[in-house]
Design a protein around this ligand. Structure first.
Ligand code: HEC
Length: 163
């Protein structure tokens, strides 16, 4: 009988926990932020199409990265990384991903090295780059999306837009 009572209690607890509203998201500045935005399906589709055209040749058809992406070459440069959950794109706030696509990636510690990734700012519009970001976000688990969303809200506080 006692076990029954305990398990009823456990079931009731789980039920209440499942029904409870999700706790608000709070970033590292202790700022409560709006809930994780829903992604727009047409923006994702547009991003996926742009990705296939401009990025898949290096980052893989499904953004899985080059097979050997964790192994640097003789020059200590890393092959194109994945943009799905396996990679580190989701570690960066929106601005950093956006600027990497627009401005390309240089080796800041070794400026004489060839550019690591060409800039796409002359080929892609602002809306194209935002669509790419939406496509990448659609590849991430909710946990990774929340992590990246919080980093983005912190970055927006730390790096206000240029006047
Ligand atoms: C010619 C190959 C090539 C193409 C095409 C290419 N990339 Fe890259 N990309 C790279 C390489 C190599 C790196 C790693 C650079 C480094 O960190 O040294 C990289 C890194 C990145 C990163 C940084 C990831 C991180 O976690 O730091 C982003 C974001 C990115 N690419 C997005 C794109 C997008 C979007 C496109 C298409 C518009 C694209 N790339 C096309 C080669 C390419």
């Amino acid at each position: 009988m006692r076990y029954l009572a305990v398990s009823c209690f456990a079931v009731a607890f789980l039920f209440l926990a499942a029904c409870a509203p999700e706790p608000p998201l709070v970033n590292q500045y202790n700022t409560a932020v709006p809930p994780l935005p829903t992604l727009d399906a047409s923006q994702i589709a547009r991003g996926k199409q742009i990705y296939q055209q401009y990025c898949a040749s290096c980052h893989g058809a499904n953004a899985e990265g080059a097979a050997n992406w964790k192994t640097p070459d003789d020059n200590l440069n890393f092959p194109p990384p994945p943009h799905n959950d396996d990679g580190h794109t989701w570690h960066h706030p929106d601005r950093v991903i956006y600027e990497a696509i627009r401005d390309g990636i240089r080796d800041t510690l070794r400026p004489n090295q060839p550019i690591r990734m060409q800039p796409f700012g002359d080929k892609l519009s602002d809306a194209d780059i935002r669509a790419l970001l939406a496509y990448f976000k659609s590849l991430w688990t909710r946990e990774h999306r929340e992590f990246q969303y919080l980093r983005t809200t912190e970055d927006e506080i730390a790096t206000p837009p240029a006047p």
